[in-house]
Design a protein. Structure first.
Length: 283
């Protein structure tokens, strides 16, 4: 009887413990993800160049975490690998390029990237190197420009706005030096990868630099550039920086949450107060 009683008491004790501890899930885990019913956290890999893209993405890490989305920012320092990573599924999205560059990349590389949302615009600027005056620019001055099709064309359009060259009427956004109709100062052009422009600025008379690389090199387009694109021009739409994703992922809820977080009032305030006009919100 004593053995039977002891066995019965042990069984009751085990059942009681199971009733109290049967749900081992952290109560907070159920609030981690508003996008699914399992409480599992979704990881979103987004490629970005350091400034301003990575800095802007860092502002929404906590916002997304509250929705059960872990934002993993993957740093890049070039304009080619991030798109390949999205196309091949290594990254879910990227944030480094303007929409015109993405469209040209698709056409050139056969990729299938689409715009998930415009975030900001960075006015391109021309910076002093060996020379420091656009008014007294020397005959035969050497100007460094990005060598990718859209940004090279963009830099030549800036020179045309400044009255230094005239492009052929049909040159378009992908103009090259071969599309120059009039070059009264006999300007010479040194084409190089965009990331190299800040590093070689002292080797040329002037350098036309994408603002993300200028900012990363400690240059402020609003105070250090001799001239910049007009933020009110058509360039703001043609060169809006976007979240790029692979076609077919437009309805991904984590991507939608990312874009919504980036297009928030909080991010607008961060951009306006941090970059003082060198980065302009597009939402």
């Amino acid at each position: 009887m004593k053995k039977l009683l002891a066995l019965t008491m042990a069984l009751v004790l085990c059942l009681g413990l199971a009733a109290c501890g049967g749900d081992t899930t952290d109560p907070a885990a159920g609030n981690e993800d508003t996008n699914n019913q399992t409480g599992e956290t979704v990881t979103l890999r987004v490629g970005a160049t350091p400034a301003p893209h990575q800095e802007i993405l860092e502002q929404v890490v906590d916002t997304l975490a509250a929705q059960g989305i872990t934002l993993e920012i993957v740093p890049y320092n070039d304009y080619n690998v991030p798109n390949t990573a999205v196309e091949e599924g290594e990254d879910d999205a990227n944030f480094f390029q303007h929409v015109t560059y993405m469209e040209n990349f698709n056409a050139d590389k056969g990729t299938h990237l689409v715009n998930a949302g415009a975030i900001h615009y960075e006015p391109m600027g021309i910076y002093a190197g060996k020379s420091d005056s656009l008014e007294n620019i020397a005959d035969g001055a050497v100007i460094a420009v990005p060598n990718d099709p859209t940004n090279e064309g963009r830099s030549l359009l800036l020179l045309q706005e400044l009255g230094l060259i005239t492009l052929k009427e049909d040159a378009g956004l992908e103009a090259t030096p071969n599309d120059i109709a009039d070059n009264p100062k006999n300007l010479e052009f040194q084409e190089m990868e965009a990331a190299m422009l800040p590093q070689t600025i002292d080797e040329v008379d002037f350098s036309i630099i994408n603002s993300n690389y200028a900012l990363d090199a400690g240059l402020n387009p609003m105070t250090d550039a001799l001239a910049t694109e007009d933020p009110e021009s058509d360039a703001a739409q043609a060169y809006a920086n976007i979240i790029a994703i692979k076609e077919g992922n437009e309805n991904n809820e984590a991507i939608k949450a990312l874009v919504a977080a980036l297009q928030s009032d909080e991010v607008r305030e961060f951009i306006e107060t941090t970059y003082n006009g060198s980065v302009v919100p597009m939402f």
